[in-house]
Design a protein around this ligand. Structure first.
Ligand code: ZN
Length: 446
């Protein structure tokens, strides 16, 4: 909520996540999993002449206990409301900064401290990040800490969690400050066409952030190392070779430092592009499940999803800047004087930019989700073909269902889901299995 830049990068990084699953710590510190962790193929999903994809899907879904479904529905539906609350709380904060002259005051302080324009921008940005972080702190604590703990997704106590928040704030100040200086430099130099050049600077900056993220940003929060377990890496690297991927390494990340969720992702691009599995997945996932997830991640890689996302976000960013130019002119003509904002080249305009940006992205929620979800579906299909593990993939979908609603209505899925729903993922796996039954004929008890 605090940084559109960070949010954009996050959106880009997250959109190639396979997803997560949770593990709830039980009494005595031993993890008590909500969903069955060992791969059990229900009789309806075993190969037979009567194999039916729908019946197999229903049989998999029937393995999920009712209380687990209720819990994950509650968690996921709570997330719908948080989208609204994040938006509303952000809007109120930005309006307060404008209406009560705080933004103009922060600008005045920056001007008193230095005459050098780019430094003024950096100082303003730092003030802005700190003030908005403090004002949104209660909601941030609820969303990122209290709620995550309540649903058994968090592994951190408050101290380390707070430490991560402060690190995140620092990253936002440094990276965002650099971006803000670039952007205001552009706006001041080309006051008529700033929105076009601003779009270009934004997309270049986005590319730069995605490029450095796996190497310089992720390690600030987590330990990342090449995975060194032949039992896991040999089948994965074999799959990579079969699919023409020149990889000799897979990375592992200690995500269990923050969360119990399982995940894997493709990050970076060019020389920094890599596939990373988190330790929760490696510890809890069956071999079949890990292979099905690797197939999915290889799909992102081979289908160039990161580059396609750039193209998508380029369109979003250019449209956003065009709307921004128009709406900034309009609102500054109406309230600029009252808010003591001198124009688009004045850093005091920041809260207004964030307000307009948050309206834009709030309205765009279903469009962005649908773009991301469509790529995820493609990766699912690729992964099934590459790994040939439909039952492993069904198991993965069930694990993800621990915190993500399994069976939403179609409209719900369209608006809120950035991955296909669990039900649809299992059905796709069983449909694939129905068309490839001969692969399983020799091992009826797979
Ligand atoms: Zn994915």
């Amino acid at each position: 909520m605090n940084s559109r830049v960070a949010q954009l990068c996050l959106a880009l990084l997250c959109c190639v996540n396979v997803g997560y699953a949770q593990e709830v710590p039980g009494p005595g510190g031993k993890p008590a999993t909500v969903m069955p962790s060992v791969l059990t193929v229900p009789p309806e999903a075993q190969p037979s002449p009567h194999f039916n994809a729908q019946a197999a899907t229903d049989a998999y879904l029937a393995q999920i206990p009712a209380d687990a479904t209720a819990r994950s529905n509650a968690y996921f539906e709570g997330g719908y409301w948080l989208i609204l609350w994040d938006f509303l709380v952000g809007a109120v904060i930005y309006l307060v900064l404008l209406r009560f002259g705080w933004s103009a005051g922060m600008r005045a302080l920056a001007e008193r401290l230095t005459r050098f324009k780019p430094l003024q921008t950096l100082i303003y940005w730092t003030e802005f990040m700190i003030v908005t972080s403090v004002l949104s702190f209660p909601l941030g604590v609820y969303e990122g800490f209290v709620r995550e703990r309540k649903y058994g997704l968090a592994t951190q106590t408050f101290g380390p969690w707070m430490g991560d928040q402060l690190k995140g704030l620092l990253v936002n100040i440094v990276l965002g400050g650099f971006f803000a200086m670039l952007l205001f430099g552009v706006v001041r130099r080309v006051p008529r066409t700033w929105w076009i050049w601003g779009s270009v600077v934004s997309i270049v900056f986005l590319a730069f952030t995605v490029l450095i993220a796996p190497v310089y940003i992720v390690p600030i929060f987590n330990k990342v190392a090449p995975l060194d377990d032949p039992k896991i890496t040999l089948p994965i690297l074999s799959m990579a070779r079969a699919n023409g991927i020149a990889a000799d390494k897979v990375y592992e990340m200690n995500a269990s430092r923050q969360t119990t969720r399982m995940s894997a992702n493709v990050s970076g691009f060019g020389h920094t592009m890599r596939i990373t599995l988190n330790d929760n997945l490696l510890r809890r996932g069956s071999a079949e499940e890990i292979q099905s997830i690797m197939g999915h991640e290889m799909g992102h890689y081979v289908l160039h999803h990161i580059y396609k996302d750039f193209l998508f976000f380029f369109v979003v960013i250019v449209s956003g800047f065009a709307l921004l130019r128009w709406s900034l002119d309009w609102s500054l003509a109406l309230w600029g004087e009252r808010w003591q904002v001198r124009g688009v080249g004045d850093t005091a305009v920041f809260p207004l930019v964030f307000l307009l940006g948050s309206i834009f992205f709030f309205v765009l929620t279903p469009i962005i989700n649908t773009q991301v979800r469509t790529a995820e579906y493609e990766a699912d299909m690729y992964g099934l073909n590459a790994s040939r593990q439909p039952d492993g993939f069904a198991q993965a979908a069930i694990h993800l269902g621990e915190y993500r609603k399994m069976s939403p209505s179609p409209i719900e899925e369209w608006v809120f889901f950035d991955h296909p729903s669990g039900r649809n993922r299992i059905y796709a796996a069983m449909r694939w299995k129905a068309e490839n039954l001969s692969l399983f004929a020799s091992t009826p008890n797979h």
